[in-house]
Every structure is written in C-alpha cells, then in structure tokens.
Design a protein around this ligand. Structure first.
Ligand SMILES: Cc1cc2nc3c(=O)[nH]c(=O)nc-3n(C[C@H](O)[C@H](O)[C@H](O)COP(=O)(O)O)c2cc1C
Length: 189
C-alpha cells in the first residue's frame, strides 16, 4: 500500500521525528511504500488565501498551485497517516491549515470525497492516559479528528493513536518508539 505520511513538527530531530522514522521503518517491513510530507521542512503555508477558500454557497472553487500539488500527492497514495505533537489537545496549526486548504470542498467533501482506504493519526502527548480520560480529551479528539474530519471526508477506516508521557523518561520514550514501529508494521491489519 502506498501511504502518505504527513509529519508536522518544527524540528525533524525531535521525538516526533524519531516516531516518524520508526513508523516508516515499520511500514517498510510490512511491504508498504511510504511518502513523507514534512510540512515544516517543505515550508507549507497553513494560512488560507482567498484563492483556496471554498465557495460554500456556490460551486466556483479554484485551487492554487500549492494546493493542487498537495492534492496530487494525496491522490497518488492509497492511504494516509499523520504524525504530530498534541498541542492544546489537538493537531498543531500547520496540520490544521494543510487540511483546511488541501481537503477542500468538492474534492475531499461535498460532491467528491477522498478515495483513501484508511487513516491513522498518531499524536504525541506529554500528559498521561489517566488525565486524558479524566477530562474527556481522548474522546474529544476522536470526535473532532476521526469523526469530524476523516469520516466526514469519506475515510471510514480511521483511528487516533496517542503516545503518552513523552517527556517522562528515556525508558518511556524507547517504549513509545517501539510502539511507533509496531504501528507501522500493523498499519493495514
Ligand atoms: C504549544 C504546545 C502545546 C501543547 N499542548 C499539549 C496538550 O494539550 N497536551 C499534552 O499532553 N501535551 C501538550 N504539549 C506537550 C507536547 O505534546 C510535547 O512537547 C510533545 O509530545 C513532545 O514531543 P516532541 O519532543 O517531539 O515535541 C504541548 C506543547 C506545546 C509546545
């Protein structure tokens, strides 16, 4: 399976970057072909220009070259994954802007939906599972990201995986990296 892996972190040499490496390694081991979209390294501009703003009351949608390039990248893959640090109980602004601009009306929702077979969203969080559960952050993120974006755009097979306690200890970080590789290996299971 060809898998577009959308990576969002200002530093490639971060724990998130190491998770990306392990996940991609796992994908390779399972015979998949990953393509990495490193939004920061590629200087993707998450701000919506008027040219890409959907015409929600009409059908006069036009897209900029930057968006057409990203849409082509999505179209040449069978499935997608996102790797990002959890910032304010959500995806960072660059991933949000990428979705806002690229997953546009009548291309990702509306008259036409996405053809992608599955989506896996991997978020790295400093806070532990108990705190997430206590305040309902896990289900809030699932509702927003999995139901509100992935399912809404036609990807039925979508899920969120949170890697917790990222700032706790080297032992925990090693375990999270192992988990990331397994997520790659079992991506299509
Ligand atoms: C702007 C910002 C917002 C953050 N918000 C959250 C949050 O809502 N929940 C959480 O558990 N951690 C939060 N964190 C901590 C990050 O998740 C943590 O720094 C990250 O998992 C560490 O991985 P990294 O070294 O790859 O950045 C936040 C960090 C930043 C910089």
């Amino acid at each position: 399976m060809n898998v577009l892996v959308v990576f969002d972190h200002p530093r490639r040499k971060s724990l998130s970057g190491a998770v990306l490496d392990q996940f991609v390694q796992g994908l390779h081991e399972a015979g998949h072909v990953p393509e990495i979209a490193d939004l920061h390294a590629e200087t993707f501009n998450p701000r919506m220009p008027t040219e890409d703003e959907p015409d929600l009351v009409g059908s006069a949608n036009t897209f900029t070259e930057a968006v057409l390039r990203e849409q082509a990248r999505v179209e040449r893959n069978d499935a997608i994954a996102f790797i990002f640090p959890v910032w304010w109980w959500s995806i960072p602004a660059t991933t949000k802007g990428w979705i806002d601009r690229v997953w546009n009306e009548d291309w990702a929702y509306g008259a036409k939906k996405l053809h992608l077979e599955r989506a896996l969203m991997i978020g790295l969080a400093a806070t532990g599972t108990a705190s997430f559960k206590k305040r309902g952050y896990t289900s809030a993120m699932e509702t927003q990201l999995v139901v509100g974006i992935m399912n809404f755009c036609g990807i039925e097979n979508a899920r969120l995986e949170l890697l917790h306690d990222t700032l706790e200890s080297d032992d925990i970080r090693r375990a999270l990296l192992e988990e990331a590789k397994i997520l790659g290996r079992t991506y299509a299971d």
